[in-house]
Design a protein around this ligand. Structure first.
Ligand code: ADP
Ligand code: MG
Length: 678
């Protein structure tokens, strides 16, 4: 198992280099290098093959090959072939050496991607003559250097034969039996040398489960260790006061809000440190939930902090909380970048002495001179906007304070239990009563005139509108509407009838605030803006939104933007102006017009973009899996999670020999020592 791959027969200098470049040093490494796909060499009926699918067919060449040279070592060769009763084209890229070998009348077997519209197969694999008895189903590895698939398979064969006897089985028999999973040698055989597609599928099933089980076990073990090690604080809030506060609100809480308030309250009371993620679609009313939690902490003599990603949002939160809580004698303060020297010093002094009960701000909150007297609860709004490090610093301003993360980005369950598996999750899955569905339409650029009429209709009734543009200024590279242009256009068009404001990220902070405040106070009728308004801003009188070049935005972002309207009981509208070129872009536009449900859109987004892109590349917090795929294997993930919880909490798991190898894998991962898993 641990002998170097260079000892395998047939590994010469070039192969050794290629293997090294792939980080394959030992036989063990080699065995655990999985193919990224399988090539299906079974003959297919071309008429039944969907567009863009790979296909293998037998055909007779009907024309001389024609080669087009496209530059150094680049060429495109094309010829006609009769496949069954269809005359189609075969295209070969950079394989012009085949030219002399192909002539009319020959029979060939080709494999490649089928372009149904153009009736072309983009050939990646050709054998001369009718289909031979070559394997029907072959793995394809992602290889480096001068290593052919064929050679790599020869090495793999040797490696598997050598190692088979002493492969360590991780999954206990009881589990394998329960789910009818292949044992390790058989599964490895099925991955590298499948007898057929079914064998490969069974092999994959086993590894997907194993991988997800181990991953979930790490999370559960970590959770258990954390709960034992970390002593949080008990926040004995004054239930009567909290009830009074809730009754003072201008509306009744929705059932979903009540449910999450209860979940949070329970966490506050118990000595374990709260580590909770609160998910709720845009407009579901998370702010008031945070206010209740913060007030609860205050009634128990603790301070609270609320961190928001933008100044505007921090200000809005501070204003709302102050309005709600001042009557209850709570001191709410805003720490923003624009508070200068003396005022800032004074504020920090009052904070340190415990005179400020609730501090609200942007990442200004995590500066070193910001010190609390008795910080009991930390809340971050739109948590995905903050890095892990920023959240940690804020948390460390108290002694193990309870922590609540809020997010309006609905996260598909598979991702949420993977990326946030160590957290408890609360979900607000209900909108306040009376909300109407935001009517969303998708139009082409030429139809802007009509959109404008529709907008004026709303404005004439005293409502307000947003016009969102992807960029600030003109760029010759990108043909997109820019905010400044649109702003000027609208001013000319309205000619004083309606007031138009401009908002973008490059404005100085004070100007941004001024514009936002003017819009929020109704002094502006239309706000032309880039995506800076995306997060959290609340202007209930705004009922109309136009999004220019909407195809440039992802679904999650479009949904966030749209969430700026529909915040009152007026009917709201969202118009997407887009000419998407890709199929995917069209699907996105259609999805937006079809549903207002953030969770449904999130699932769609995940499906379209894949898990890596879902959170943005940088801090996805998602592990990399060899086999498992978070989009398609969600059922396996759910099962693995249940099993992991059950195993970690059972005594058998910690004692029985059967689970020895699994325990060992867990120990090696560091999860048992409370280390973070990455
Ligand atoms: P988000 O979850 O996106 O942060 P907000 O907290 O900004 O949503 O709430 C959106 C709007 O809904 C606000 O105007 C808020 O006052 C209002 N709201 C919140 N809860 C309720 C409720 N239970 N009934 C009616 N309106 C509510
Ligand atoms: Mg919010």
């Amino acid at each position: 198992m641990f002998s170097p791959v260079t000892e395998l027969k047939g590994v010469g200098k070039a192969s050794a280099e290629a293997l090294q470049a792939m980080d394959i040093e030992t036989v063990e490494n080699l065995i655990w290098t999985f193919p990224y796909r399988h090539e299906d060499f079974r003959l297919k009926d071309i008429a039944e093959t969907p567009h863009n699918e790979r296909v293998t067919v037998e055909g007779r060449i009907e024309s001389e090959p024609a080669v087009l040279y496209l530059g150094k070592n680049k060429s495109r060769m094309q010829l006609q072939a009769l496949v069954g009763r269809h005359l189609i084209k075969l295209v070969f890229f950079n394989q012009n050496y085949l030219r002399t070998k192909l002539s009319p009348g020959m029979i060939v077997t080709v494999t490649g991607k089928w372009d149904r519209g153009r009736q072309v197969i983009n050939v990646s694999n050709i054998t001369f003559g009718p289909k031979t008895d070559q394997a029907d189903f072959e793995p394809v590895y992602s290889l480096k250097g001068k290593l052919s698939q064929k050679k790599f398979r020869q090495f793999m064969r040797q490696a598997l034969d050598d190692a088979k006897a002493d492969l360590p089985e991780t999954l206990p028999e009881s589990i394998r039996k329960e789910y009818k999973l292949l044992d390790l040698p058989d599964a490895l055989e099925g991955v590298h040398f499948p007898q057929d597609a079914a064998h490969a599928k069974q092999a994959r099933r086993r590894f997907v489960y194993e991988e997800l089980l181990l991953f979930q076990m790490k999370i559960q073990a970590l959770r258990k260790t954390r709960k034992q090690q970390e002593h949080g604080i008990e926040i004995h809030y004054d239930l009567k006061k909290v009830r009074q506060f809730i009754q003072s609100l201008p509306y009744e809480l929705t059932q979903a809000q009540k449910k999450v308030v209860n979940e949070i309250s329970r966490d506050l009371l118990i000595p374990e440190r709260m580590n909770r993620l609160l998910q709720g679609d845009v407009g579901s009313g998370k702010t008031v939930v945070s206010a209740i939690a913060l007030y609860s902490a205050v009634t128990a003599g603790f301070q609270g902090a609320l961190m928001a990603p933008t100044e505007i949002l921090a200000e809005q939160h501070a204003a709302s909380l102050d309005e709600w809580l001042r009557p209850f004698g709570v001191e709410v303060a805003l720490l923003s970048g624009s508070i200068k020297q003396k005022a800032r010093k004074e504020l920090l002094q009052r904070l340190k002495q415990g005179e400020v009960d609730i501090l609200i701000g942007t990442h200004a909150l995590i500066q070193p001179d910001v010190m609390f007297q008795r910080l009991g609860l930390v809340i971050t709004d739109e948590q995905h906007r903050f890095g892990v490090e920023q959240r940690r610093i804020l948390r460390e301003k108290g002694e193990n304070p309870d922590v609540l993360f809020m997010t309006a980005t609905p996260i598909p369950r598979t991702l949420s239990i993977t990326a946030f598996g160590e957290m408890d999750v609360s979900i607000i899955d209900e909108m306040p009563a009376g909300r109407k569905k935001i009517e969303t339409s998708w139009v082409k650029h030429e139809q802007f005139g009509q959109v404008l009429l529709q907008m004026e209709q709303e404005l004439s009734q005293g409502r307000q509108a947003y016009v969102i543009c992807p960029l600030i200024e003109e760029s010759d590279k990108l043909d997109v509407q820019n905010a400044v242009d649109v702003y000027q256009q609208l001013i000319t068009l309205f000619n004083g009838k309606y007031k138009v404001g401009l908002m973008h990220g490059r404005l100085p902070a004070q100007e941004k605030d001024a514009v936002m405040r003017a819009y929020s106070d109704g002094e502006l009728d239309v706000l032309v803006s880039t995506t800076v308004v995306e997060v959290g801003v609340n202007v209930p009188n705004a009922t109309f939104m136009v999004i220019y070049d909407a195809e440039r935005f992802g679904l999650a972002q479009l949904h966030q933007l749209r969430g700026r309207v529909g915040r009152s009981d007026f009917q709201s509208y969202c118009v997407l102006i887009a000419d998407p070129k890709s199929e995917e872009g069209k699907v996105r536009m259609h999805s937006m017009t079809e549903t207002n449900d953030g969770f449904q859109l999130a699932e769609k987004d995940l499906e379209l973009r894949g898990p890596g892109d879902f959170f943005g590349k940088k801090q996805s917090g998602l592990p990399e899996f060899k086999m498992a795929d978070l989009v398609h294997d969600y059922r396996a993930l759910e099962t693995a999670r249940q099993d992991a919880i059950q195993l970690i909490t059972s005594t058998d798991f910690w004692q029985d020999d059967e689970y020895g190898p699994l325990r060992e894998r867990l120990r090696v991962s560091g999860a048992l020592d409370g280390e973070r898993i990455d």
